[in-house]
Design a protein around this ligand. Structure first.
Ligand code: ATP
Length: 234
């Protein structure tokens, strides 16, 4: 569904992505793991159009999208849940969700999608008139996901969604990601919680210093001694 080939990203002289190629299959989770500074966020931001690659191709459903502006990438159906729970703090929960539906592809179905979000995230339904900035960290993360879903993405790029959340909330978050996957969503998941993300992943890739050094199925990487030592603390 999404095919990345030979992607290079530079920050000035520093190369953050070096010849990255990978496939994101439809209806499955693709996990990206790697240490701090490996280039995971850079990869997500390049796919979503926030950063422009120096070289390489990103094809989404056969169309070249590398270098397109982020709003165009979003309109085409690639949604992003950015690191750090990016909600609009002074707007209400309802307004935040409605903001997710302003893109043309989803506007007409905003009302029905809002109802769907309240089923998926019942706690948001109880807080529709509350300012988003007063929600707990976990609730803000759910709201960020709900806002992304309001845009009816075909692919969701998650960047460290569990960062800074309490263990019980992390479990809930992984249940939601699993549910989205089971409903057929295509997901790219960057997660420090490596074991949980490999358990969900059909395919996974290890990034080191901007290069993919290892790829395999989720179970293969869970069993890989290098992954176990470097990322699973075994
Ligand atoms: P983390 O998990 O710590 O966020 P990451 O794997 O997501 O790490 P990136 O944030 O993509 O890594 O960073 C990759 C490399 O690019 C790092 O060496 C980082 O210092 C560098 N980098 C990131 N953003 C910039 C920037 N705006 N300007 C210059 N260098 C940057």
């Amino acid at each position: 569904m999404l095919t990345i080939e030979g992607l290079d990203l530079l920050y000035g002289d520093a190369q953050a992505l070096d010849d990255v190629s990978l496939d994101v299959p439809e209806g499955a989770v693709t996990a990206i793991i790697g240490a701090n500074g490996a280039g995971k966020t850079s990869l997500i931001r390049t796919v979503s159009g926030i950063l422009r690659p120096a070289r390489g191709s990103i094809r989404f459903e056969g169309r070249e999208i590398a270098g397109l502006p982020s709003h165009t990438v979003c309109d085409l159906g690639i949604g992003q849940v950015a690191e750090g729970r990016q909600v609009f703090p002074t707007m209400t929960v309802r307004e935040n969700l409605e903001m997710g539906a302003v893109i043309p592809r989803a506007r007409e179905r905003a009302k029905a999608n809002l109802e769907r979000m309240l089923v998926l995230f019942p706690r948001l339904g109880e807080r529709l008139r509350q300012a988003a900035g007063t929600l707990s960290g976990g609730e803000q993360q759910m709201l960020a996901i709900g806002r992304c879903l309001m845009g009816e993405p075909r692919v969701i790029l998650f960047d460290e969604p569990s960062l800074g959340l309490a263990p019980a909330v992390v479990q809930e978050l992984f249940r939601i990601i699993k549910r989205l996957r089971d409903e057929g969503m295509t997901i790219v998941l960057v997660e420090q919680n490596v074991a949980a993300s490999l358990h969900l992943a059909a395919t996974a890739h290890v990034l080191e210093q901007g290069r993919i050094v290892l790829s395999g199925t989720g179970p293969e990487l869970l069993d890989n001694p290098k992954v176990q030592e470097a990322y699973l603390g075994l």
